[in-house]
Design a protein around this ligand. Structure first.
Ligand code: DGL
Length: 266
């Protein structure tokens, strides 16, 4: 494999990282891509810090040996807020993480009340306290962790019809907190959630804005790879599952829409 063939490797527990892949591909259409869904470890958001800290660096170590990426995108807030430092220490490849987009949310908020919607693991991370202190110190930041919303996003991409009552219940977890009625910007702090932003908006007060880290990460990846060579011809995209089960196959057509024509098992 020549240097120009070296892919950008994206990692998530499931389909969530596609919300980071899509804006990256829009900026870098010639980039070869390996999209890894660690469905054997899914979901990450209900796991302990110790489980994520053990699993993610080890898995990425195997993936680097196998696919020799030029750059890794941890397209998962849960894995990034827990294991980004350890992954960077362990690997000799540039690593871009996905962390809650609290800074752009604070810049956009007029009411100074922000919602952070993530996994249960993400919303309890000190990393979120730190981002809040640095970028939203004058805001009230309300958090809600939801494993249901992760499952709803997986279901949507596998073709399940939307259950708006389920989305409404998730949003109530945020909006029904004291002060929640003043939230004007919600951070989609799990990469699965931008995939269901239309459904979230449909059950939310009009005018509520949703932001996520995808576009910023895409710009960061473009910056870090500026001047690098890409292969000639159509960019290749492959999806890799850590467990090749029927659920993975059900996602085939959704993956193809994101330019991932090949599916394989690690
Ligand atoms: N997409 C992941 C995130 O950004 C986690 C989903 C999960 O496996 O719980 O946090």
């Amino acid at each position: 494999m020549s240097a120009s063939d070296a892919p950008i490797l994206f990692l998530d527990s499931g389909v969530g990282g596609l919300s980071v892949l899509a804006p990256t591909r829009a900026l870098l259409p010639a980039a070869p891509v390996v999209y890894v869904a660690d469905n054997a470890g899914f979901p990450y958001g209900t796991k302990t810090e110790g489980e994520i800290a053990a699993r993610v660096p080890a898995l990425l170590g195997r993936l680097v040996e196998r696919y020799r990426p030029r750059l890794i995108v941890i397209a998962c807030n849960t894995a990034s807020t827990i294991a980004l430092g350890a992954v960077r220490t362990a690997l000799d490849v540039p690593v871009v993480g996905t962390v809650p987009a609290i800074k752009p949310a604070a810049e956009a908020s007029v009411t100074r009340v922000i919602g952070v919607l993530g996994t249960e693991a993400t919303v309890r991370q000190p990393y979120v306290d730190d981002l809040t202190a640095r970028f939203a110190a004058d805001c009230t930041v309300l958090r809600h962790g939801s494993a249901t919303l992760v499952a709803l996003a997986e279901g949507k991409l596998a073709g399940a019809p939307p259950d708006l009552d389920a989305y409404r219940a998730v949003m109530a977890g945020l909006l029904d907190q004291p002060g929640g009625e003043c939230i004007d910007v919600v951070v989609n702090a799990c990469t699965h959630f931008p995939l269901v932003v239309e459904e979230l908006a449909a059950v939310s007060p009009p005018g509520l804005r949703f932001v996520d880290g995808g576009p910023g990460i895409a710009r960061r990846v473009a910056y870090l790879t500026a001047g690098q060579e890409w292969p000639a011809g159509d960019a290749t995209g492959r999806a890799v599952f850590t467990r090749g089960d029927a659920a993975a196959l059900a996602l085939g057509s959704a993956l193809a829409r994101f330019g991932l024509a090949r599916i394989e098992e690690l």
